[in-house]
Structure formats: structure tokens, C-alpha cells
Design a protein around this ligand. Structure first.
Ligand SMILES: Cc1ncc(C[n+]2csc(CCOP(=O)(O)OP(=O)(O)O)c2C)c(N)n1
Ligand SMILES: [Mg+2]
Length: 810
């Protein structure tokens, strides 16, 4: 049965403490909670008076977080949401000044280490990658994985963080990774709002953690609302722990230990957290702590007021059950503090918070003011000899009178001055041009950097090692080449694990991992449930904790089930922490043409748009795929590898160095040299293109075929652009929808590589039909580009260029 701790009880951790020590701890907790509340109140004011753009705060959730912080140890992890400032202050993972620096969007990572001003306020993260790309020691620190704003979106990552502890405890070969774990003793603490438990990701992760039996401690902060929508419209029976009762472990099997406790009852919360986390840490039993009767003193966020949708009775109840008010009463009643002393503490705390806020504002303001002075001085000098004094004076005045100016104001003023004086090329104007270009560099670093980690450990810097072939190299099925590659890597690096649906016992549906589970154990090659989103989350959490996961999505078509996790969480991690966190996760999948609507997907446009921040690899065969895995497994950035579904049984020569050779990312390869037209294609489509190339030779057309190999990064050496110097004609062919992956490739070649200037004919694309392909070979023929389609598309372009030489076909 779920354990319900609804009675106030003396916190049992105090058993070994003297009353004075106990009092000191409680009073200090109250101080942290009270300061946090003041930060919320002041934070809201800062938004309403215009210094910050938006605010969401943890008021009404303070006391439970004080209890959670007590149970949180070095080495532990948090994956939570925007209500957790009190926990972050109580653990020391953040502080009041950083809280305000983030609210003001200070882009300096010294001031806002969580996100360098990139995330909304109360989105937390600790930094674990140093400037050289080295991991810091995660067992010496408390660790917070970077928050995201999508409610429930962090649940898959939470699962992965907890799963890492399981691997570290059970796989003794990992003992050498001491900076990441001490015997898997680390608990992954999660927090989620009651409303967000309605999300599928919550249920998927919850079930998976029960199956896996991992040390995941998930707290539901239940304030009975999700913005304006009340519990009765969110949760069956209005009670999530009641709904989840079937997960309670019992004589029928493993499961969860479930706790329910009131959010204003400090002593009961401390006791609950102590018991729950002990079990979770020592026995790796996942726990649910459902914290009920929480409140929102200021409503949901600065975007609206809760008086609009909460009844008077509810608002009165919330006031009375304010957790800090209740804790205060209990402290006075229990003789922990006198009314006078707590009044004094509160007055002191208010002052302290105010000072932190002022300092945080002053730090940002002083930098911007210095920049304003520079722009004003430069503009004044320009003005002396300008014909446009009035306009320049206007720029000066509006910059001088700008309320709460930002960097956009200084840069916009400089750009305006340069426009106004475009016909006055003075030395003074040049000085402003120089200033602007320097600022642009700095602002690029502040606002646009670190989409990838770009450390010396980036896969882009992995040395290139060519594949070597012995004279009698064996000709194997493509899947066997991959299998040999994985085998060599698993042997080489004990931190590599692979998991997914049917990956373990049968070695994946195409047998790339065949035989490897029995060789390396089911802790390293592992079957999972059908749960794509949490397969990715599982991989992400492992990758954040120093392991090298290959997370497998059975078919590319099912990647969509995990696209939110990949897009919101994995792909944005480096950027949203300004390089403070990374997750070098490799996602393995297989796609392009095979059979039917859900086994033929090639949605590269969707992927390229959703997953900027990951490398996107589209190997044309299994040898190239192996070389890409060899590269990625030696680098520190996340990637997606899409193998060709119809290529596993095609014969390929086994390289002698199958686990060592590397295919560099962003290195396009000319797979057929030619002079008449440049055709760019990738993946399974390339085989079709090469078949067409043979017949086109008979028709007198010699095409150059280029395989970019990776779509992100795309052809870093401009191989495609250079090819156009020869052919002056470009055709991009893929299996995606029209305007999908091919449009991306066109933009790269025509615009980024300046291919436009080399063309003497309109650039074209040949893609699939706009619907998914029907089942059967006819379905494929009439939906995806066929050899006939390729031949005719190429021929038509040649016909248009030279109808005399290439008469119209039909
Ligand atoms: C996936 C997603 N859907 C919707 C939102 C918009 N949104 C932000 S907070 C919120 C309510 C969340 O309520 P709850 O989980 O109960 O947390 P609380 O804010 O009450 O602590 C909503 C709908 C979002 N951020 N992410
Ligand atoms: Mg809520």
C-alpha cells in the first residue's frame, strides 16, 4: 500500500542531534525558504516594472524543497522544472545573485552559470564541462541537468540519469570511471507539476523506471492547478498517486515505493524524504513522492493573475496553507524560535535579497552603460563633421534617455548612425565601424555560440584514418561489417552500451549487434520496452554521466515518437547551457525505402529542422556507417546515424581496421566523376542514382555524383560547389518530400557555397511524392524516385541545355 504521511511528525533525522543543533538547522532552512519567497516577490516586481521580460517562480513550493535538499548528496542529480529555486539555493547549486542574473538575461556565464542568459528564469543547470572540453568530477559536486520549459519533457532524461547509477553499480567493468559514480550510489531526483503528469512522457518514463528498477525519486508538486486548468480536468480521481497505486511494489513484483505528504508540513516532508531516498539510494527502488496541498501565492507566472480562475474559497485556503506560514507557526509552537527572532530574521532576509538583486542588476547595467558611453563618444565625434547633425543628435538623445537599455540599444544606435552617415566616410565613422565589428564578435559569442560543444574533443577533430583492405578481404553482408565494427568498439571502450527494442537477445532486427549480448553481457547490449522517447532519454542521461550510449530507434519512422526529446533536450543542451553541459549520445536508426507507409520514411527535412545541434549522418552503405560510428564514438557531440534499411544484406568488403578507420563528418565524397551535370544524393537513393548513371552513359551523359555523407555538417570543403565549376548544372535527389531535405541541400550549395554563380541552368530537385509510399513494389515505384525517374530528370536537364544533342525523350 502507498505510504501516506499526512500527520505532522518530529523529523527523525534530528534523533542524534541536540535540540540546539536541530533548531539551528530548522531556522537556517526557514531562512533559505523565506529568502527564496522574497526572491519570487521581488522577481515578479522586476518583471512588472520592465527590467525583466517574464517571470515564473517557486513560491508556495519552498518547504518541500528544503526537505528534498536535505536528502540530496554529492554525486546526485536533479532533473526538474521551473519551481525549484528553493532547492537550488538550499543545496548551493545556485544562489540569489545568479537567480537575478538569469532573470535579467545576463549573458555572462560567470553571472548566470546555468544558461548564460539564454534560458527563462528559474531554469537551472550546473556546469560539468570545462573550457577545454574535460568532464569535471561529478562525484565531488551536486549535479543539476539543464532544465527545459516543456513541462514533462525532462522525464526521459531523468530516467537516463537514474539508469546510469544502475549500470555503474552492476557493471564492475565501469569502476575505473570514478569521477562519475561511486558504486552507483547516486539518486536522480525529479520534480514535475501535477498538471504535467498528464503528459505521455511522464507515464512512459514512470513505467520504464519501474521495469528497470533504477534510483529515480520523482516528486510531484501538486498545487491542484496547471495554469488555470484544475485537477479534475487533468487527472483521474484528481490524485496522481492514487492513479499510480498499481505501481506499488508488493509480493507480486518489483515496483515503486509511493509516498504522499503535505507540502506545508516541514517535519513530515523531512521524514518522508529521508526514508524514501534511503531506500532509493541503497536498494535502487524508484520512489514517488506526491506532495499535495501546495499553493501558488502569486499565481502561475507573470503572464496572468490567478484571481481570474480560482474561487475566493480556494484563494483563502491557499493563503492559510501557505507552506512558509505553516512552518513559521510550527517553529514558534515548537519553541524553535520566538516571534521576535523570526521577525528579525525575516527583516534581515528581505534586505539581503534586495541587495543581491541590486548587485545583479548593477553588474549587467554597468557593462551596458560602458558600451553606451563608447557609442555616444564615437557618435559625438562623427557628428562634428556630419551633414546629418539633427538625425545623429536624435540617436544620441534616445540612447541617453533609454530606460533600462540593453545591448540591442547600443548596437541598434551604432547601426543607425552608420546608415545615416553612409555617404560620409570619415575616420570617425570608421572608428564606429570597428567598434561595431568588435561588438558583433562579442555578441555572437554571447548569444549565438555553442550550438555544438566545439571543444578539442569534437568529432570534427577526430583524426581521419582510411579504411584498409587486405588483398583477400572477406566479402560480407553489410550487417556483418557493422557487427564487426560494434564488436571492436565494445572491446576497446568499456563505457559503450547499446540498447533499444530487440537490440539485446536477437542483436537488433537486422542483426548488427548479433552475438554481442552473450559476449559483453546484457548490461551493455540491452533490450528495452517499446518506448522511443525514453530510449532517447535513457541515452541522454547516460551520456551526461560519462557513458557512451548507442540508443537505437528500430525504424526511422518511429523517431517521431522521440523527436520532442531529441529536439527540445538533446539537440539544445550545449546551446542552452552555453557549453556547460553535453550529452554525446549516438542515436542509431535505419530508414529510407523498404515497404509501406511506416517502413519507408526518409523525413530528412523534418529531422534537419528539428535537430540542429546534432550531427546528421546518412551513410550510403554499412562500411561508411561503421566509419561514422568510429568517428562519433571518439568525439563528444550527439549524432543521429540513419542506416539504409535495404542495405544490410548487400555485400561489402570487410576493412582490416573495421573498428579504427574513421569517416570524417562533413566530408562529401565524389562517388562518380563526371563532366556534364552534378547530382547530389545520399543514403539508399545513391544506389538508384548509380544505376541510372550507367544507362545515362549510354545516352551520352556523364554525370558527377556526390555523396555528402553527413547532412549536418554539410560538405565543409565545398565539394559540391566546386563540382559546379565543371558541370554548371545541379540536380539534388532524395527520398524526402519535395521541399524537404533537398531544399536544405539546395540552400547549402546555391547560397552558402555560392553555387548560384556557376549555374547555366535552373537547379532542380527530384524527390518522392508528397504522400508516404504505399505497400508493395509498385507502391515504391510510383512514390519514390526510381531509376527511370532519375534518368529522365537528368536527361531533361541536358535536353533543355542542348536539345540538338539530347532530343526530347517523349
Ligand atoms: C509541453 C508543454 N505544454 C504546455 C506548456 C505551457 N505550460 C507551461 S506551465 C503549464 C502548467 C503546468 O502545470 P503543472 O505541471 O501543474 O505545474 P505548476 O506550474 O502548477 O507547478 C503549462 C500548460 C509547456 N510549457 N510545455
Ligand atoms: Mg500545478
Amino acid at each position: 500500500m502507498p505510504e501516506t504521511v499526512l500527520n505532522t511528525a518530529a523529523a527523525n533525522h534530528s534523533a542524534e542531534l541536540s535540540f540546539d543543533d536541530f533548531k539551528e538547522i530548522v531556522i537556517n532552512d526557514y531562512r533559505v525558504g523565506f529568502e527564496s519567497r522574497q526572491a519570487s516577490l521581488l522577481g515578479r516586481r522586476e518583471v512588472l516594472t520592465g527590467k525583466a521580460k517574464f517571470g515564473i517562480f517557486g513560491d508556495g513550493k519552498e518547504v518541500a524543497q528544503l526537505a528534498m535538499a536535505k536528502a540530496f548528496k554529492k554525486g546526485d542529480w536533479r532533473a526538474g522544472y521551473y519551481r525549484d529555486q528553493t532547492f537550488m539555493f538550499a543545496t548551493g547549486m545556485s544562489n540569489l545573485k545568479e537567480f537575478f542574473a538569469q532573470l535579467y538575461a545576463n549573458p555572462d556565464i560567470e553571472k548566470d552559470p546555468a544558461s548564460g542568459g539564454r534560458q527563462m528564469n528559474c531554469h537551472y543547470a550546473t556546469r560539468y564541462v570545462d573550457a577545454d572540453g574535460n568532464w569535471t568530477s561529478q562525484t565531488d559536486t551536486m549535479n543539476c541537468s539543464a532544465d527545459i520549459s516543456t513541462t514533462g519533457g525532462h522525464m526521459p532524461r531523468l530516467l537516463g540519469l537514474a539508469y546510469a547509477s544502475k549500470l555503474y553499480r552492476q557493471n564492475k567493468e565501469l569502476e575505473y570511471l570514478k569521477q562519475f559514480s561511486i558504486n552507483g550510489n547516486e539518486v536522480a531526483f525529479g520534480t514535475i507539476g501535477n498538471g504535467s503528469t498528464s503528459e505521455g512522457l511522464f507515464f512512459e518514463a514512470f513505467n520504464a523506471a519501474g521495469v528497470l528498477q533504477v534510483p529515480m525519486a520523482i516528486a510531484v508538486w501538486d498545487d491542484a492547478y496547471a495554469i488555470s486548468v484544475p485537477a479534475k480536468l487533468q487527472t483521474t480521481k484528481e490524485d496522481i498517486s492514487e492513479v499510480l497505486r498499481g505501481f506499488q511494489r508488493d509480493e507480486k513484483g518489483n515496483g515503486y515505493e509511493i509516498f504522499k505528504v503535505r507540502g506545508w508540513d516541514y517535519a513530515a516532508l523531512c521524514e518522508t524524504y529521508e526514508r524514501a531516498i534511503k531506500l532509493c539510494r541503497e536498494e535502487h527502488v524508484p520512489v514517488l513522492i506526491h506532495v499535495v496541498e501546495m499553493t501558488q501565492p502569486q499565481g502561475h507566472s507573470t503572464s496572468g493573475s490567478h484571481e481570474r480562475y480560482k474561487s475566493k474559497e480556494r484563494l483563502t485556503w491557499e493563503e492559510e496553507h501557505d507552506c512558509l506560514l505553516q512552518m513559521r507557526k510550527w517553529m514558534i509552537q515548537s519553541a524553535i524560535i520566538t516571534t521576535e527572532d523570526i521577525d528579525a530574521l525575516e527583516a534581515e532576509a528581505k534586505k539581503h535579497v534586495r541587495n543581491c538583486q541590486k548587485e545583479a542588476w548593477a553588474e549587467l547595467e554597468s557593462e551596458i552603460k560602458a558600451e553606451i558611453v563608447q557609442v555616444l563618444q564615437l557618435t559625438e565625434t562623427i557628428l562634428q563633421s556630419s551633414q546629418h547633425r539633427d538625425e545623429l543628435q536624435q540617436v544620441i538623445t534616445s540612447l541617453q534617455t533609454c530606460v533600462d537599455p540593453g545591448r540591442r540599444d547600443t548596437v541598434a544606435a551604432a547601426r543607425k548612425v552608420l546608415r545615416v552617415t553612409v555617404k560620409e566616410p570619415t575616420a570617425a565613422r570608421q572608428a564606429l565601424v570597428n567598434w561595431l565589428s568588435q561588438e558583433n564578435e562579442k555578441n555572437k559569442e554571447r548569444f549565438n555560440s555553442k550550438l555544438f560543444t566545439n571543444t578539442p574533443k569534437s568529432p570534427l577533430y577526430v583524426p581521419v584514418i582510411e579504411a584498409q583492405y587486405q588483398e583477400d578481404a572477406r566479402l560480407l553482408d553489410g550487417r556483418e561489417v557493422l557487427n564487426a565494427c560494434f564488436d571492436a568498439n565494445f572491446e576497446r571502450d568499456k563505457s559503450i552500451v547499446a540498447f533499444g527494442e530487440d537490440v539485446g537477445a536477437i542483436g537488433d532486427v537486422n542483426q548488427g549487434f548479433a552475438g554481442l549480448q552473450s559476449k559483453y553481457s546484457d548490461l551493455r547490449i540491452t533490450d528495452t520496452g517499446i518506448r522511443e522517447a525514453t530510449i532517447i532519454g535513457q541515452g541522454m542521461g547516460l551520456a551526461m554521466r560519462g557513458l557512451r550510449p548507442i540508443a537505437e530507434i528500430q525504424y526511422l519512422d518511429y523517431l517521431l515518437y522521440s523527436i520532442t526529446v531529441l529536439s527540445d533536450d538533446v539537440a539544445s543542451l550545449s546551446y542552452r547551457t552555453a557549453g556547460g553541459q553535453r550529452a554525446p549520445l549516438i542515436v542509431r536508426t535505419r530508414g529510407h525505402r523498404l515497404e509501406g507507409i511506416w517502413h519507408s520514411g526518409s523525413p530528412l527535412g523534418l529531422i534537419l529542422n528539428a535537430l540542429r545541434g546534432m550531427h546528421i549522418c546518412v551513410p550510403r552503405n554499412m562500411t561508411q556507417a561503421a566509419g561514422m560510428y568510429n568517428t562519433l564514438l571518439r568525439g563528444d557531440e550527439p549524432a543521429l546515424v540513419i542506416e539504409s534499411l535495404n542495405g544490410y544484406r548487400l555485400k561489402e568488403k570487410l576493412p582490416a581496421n573495421v573498428g579504427e578507420f574513421t569517416v570524417p563528418l562533413g566530408k562529401a565524397e565524389i562517388v562518380k566523376h563526371g563532366t556534364d551535370i552534378t547530382v547530389v544524393s545520399y543514403g539508399s537513393m545513391l544506389r538508384v542514382v548509380m544505376e541510372a548513371a550507367e544507362e545515362l552513359e549510354h545516352l551520352g551523359i556523364n554525370m558527377e555524383v556526390i555523396d555528402p555523407q553527413t547532412l549536418y555538417p554539410f560538405d565543409l570543403d565545398n565539394t559540391c560547389g566546386k563540382s559546379l565549376q565543371k558541370t554548371n548544372k545541379l540536380l539534388v535527389i532524395d527520398e524526402d518530400l519535395p521541399g524537404g531535405g533537398s531544399a536544405y541541400i539546395l540552400q547549402k550549395i546555391i547560397e552558402a557555397q555560392n553555387g548560384y554563380y556557376l549555374l547555366d541552368a535552373q537547379p532542380k530537385t527530384l524527390s518522392a511524392a508528397e504522400h508516404r509510399p504505399p505497400y508493395g513494389s509498385d507502391g515504391d515505384y510510383f512514390s519514390k524516385p526510381s531509376v527511370d525517374d532519375v534518368i529522365e530528370a537528368v536527361y531533361k536537364m541536358m535536353n533543355e541545355a542542348n536539345p540538338g544533342k539530347y532530343p526530347t525523350l517523349f
